[in-house]
Design a protein around this ligand. Structure first.
Ligand SMILES: [Zn+2]
Ligand SMILES: [Zn+2]
Ligand SMILES: [Zn+2]
Length: 457
């Protein structure tokens, strides 16, 4: 145990803090006693375990203290310290007695409003039934219980009760005790707890901060780029949309009065997380723009924390992503399954695509090139083989366009997007013209094609 009672003053004493010599003397003088049975405890401070108390002759009927591992003690202390930082106005106790459950919680946070959060570090296996019983007791006592499981509880075979455990408002978490204590793979000193709906979620402050920083930087960068590019337009940041709470990150009103909003959907990373997609939030917000007659674009962020990639909603059909690459921002656009394109943020333009007749955020360079190919009716490829310096030829291989050389060299070719509708184009061969050409995959709705010429200047 890490906590004892000073029998003279009734104060609680922690084994892991304060003057160890003083503690030793108190324990020698039999002044420190077990909080459960009031029998004297001695201070043990060896090399393996953190300084802790133990009964002299164990007649204590309370089983909590038995066989407490070094990992368990350390986890309790580290979690307590983190919770003290997170909740400075709350009281954080270790080995706290909950009268209603007749059990001691590993760590208990008592908030100023009287609400209680218990943290249980469960490194050894616990029968599912017992876990369920203890959770029920906590629930009856009105205590929110966080379980930090040191083993893969998902592998429990007792599925009949397992379902009931999951039904509780708080979720079960994973704890790893290694050189550092990790909760759900998050270093203990980075954890943050947030209530979303009825559930408590543990977040990584580093990730939340990275999302926020990335959001502010991306917003400012795009704002500056657009301001330079659309100097005739009115552009503002953080603008309220009519008479509601909706705030557009960037609002652009063109000279002819057409309005565009660009919103970053990862600024409230944690808020969005509750719906797992953020889709519903955008669905609600989109109405404000429709009512205000504003074309709106949603951009999600891709950002990195310790070289791990984080992003929101890449799989949920959002069209635009922004990510920082060294010092500049890159926009990744997924217009349709057929049209994906990455381009530097500096190239961004708001463009109405003819056949689709909707506004898109596009790559100015790409668009002007496509326009050029369309006007000329052909595109030239004039790339040399790096091995033999001959002009590379084009062909389709397994449905993909590639460069090839008779010496055996091969290289991928960028797929061309349709100048009219932006669908991907497909490399085809015309026997009549003995030559390749690009055909829009939106054929026959779109009839665009572009001739391929090899080796022209
Ligand atoms: Zn005892
Ligand atoms: Zn070659
Ligand atoms: Zn097309």
């Amino acid at each position: 145990m890490l906590v004892a009672k000073n029998a003279l003053t009734n104060e609680t004493v922690h084994s892991f803090k304060g003057d160890i010599e003083k503690l030793k003397k108190l324990s020698k003088d039999k002044i420190l006693v077990c909080q459960e049975c009031n029998s004297p405890v001695i201070l043990k401070s060896g090399k393996v375990k953190i300084a802790h108390f133990a009964h002299k002759n164990c007649e204590c009927t309370y089983t909590y203290w038995e066989n407490e591992s070094a990992d368990h003690m350390r986890a309790k202390i580290d979690i307590k310290e983190r919770l003290e930082v997170l909740y400075p106005t709350s009281s954080v106790y270790i080995e706290y007695k909950v009268e209603e459950t007749n059990h001691r919680s590993d760590i208990m946070v008592v908030h100023p409003d009287g609400s209680k959060w218990a943290f249980e570090v469960q490194l050894s296996r616990i029968p599912v039934k017992e876990l369920l019983e203890r959770r029920t007791l906590y629930q009856k006592a009105g205590v929110v219980d966080f379980w930090l499981m040191g083993y893969d509880y998902n592998k429990s075979t007792d599925f009949s009760v397992w379902k009931d455990i999951r039904g509780y408002s708080t979720n079960l978490n994973r704890i790893t005790v290694n050189e550092a204590i990790l909760i759900n793979s998050i270093p203990i000193n980075n954890i943050l707890i947030m209530k979303l709906g009825k559930e408590y979620w543990i977040y990584n402050t580093e990730v939340l901060n990275a999302a926020k920083d990335s959001y502010f930087e991306a917003k400012k960068t795009l704002f500056i780029i657009l301001k330079k590019k659309y100097y005739n337009a009115t552009i503002s940041m953080d603008t309220q949309i009519e008479n509601n709470n909706e705030v557009a990150d960037i609002l652009l009103t063109s000279k002819n009065g057409t309005k565009f909003a660009i919103n970053f959907i990862y600024k409230n990373y944690h808020d969005l997380f509750k719906s797992q997609s953020g889709h519903s939030e955008i669905f609600i917000r989109e109405v404000f723009y429709k009512n205000a007659n504003i074309n709106v674009f949603w951009i999600s962020g891709v950002y990195f924390v310790n070289s791990q990639e984080y992003y929101l909603n890449r799989d949920y059909g959002f069209k635009y992503f922004i990510t920082k690459d060294k010092d500049s921002f890159i926009i990744e656009a997924y217009y349709t399954n057929y049209y994906q394109h990455k381009f530097p943020a500096e190239n961004i333009i708001i463009n109405k695509v003819g056949k689709v007749s909707t506004f898109m955020l596009e790559d100015e360079k790409l668009i002007s090139n496509l326009k050029l190919y369309k006007d000329k009716g052909y595109i030239t490829y004039n790339k040399k083989c790096p091995d033999c310096n001959k002009t590379l030829l084009l062909k389709r291989q397994y449905n993909n366009p590639i460069y090839y050389c008779n010496c055996g060299y091969e290289q991928d070719v960028d797929v061309l997007n349709c100048p009219d509708c932006r669908y991907r184009m497909k490399l085809k061969y015309s026997k009549a013209n003995i030559r390749h050409y690009w055909q829009c995959t939106n054929y026959p709705e779109c009839l665009a094609d572009i001739d391929v010429r090899i080796g022209h200047k």
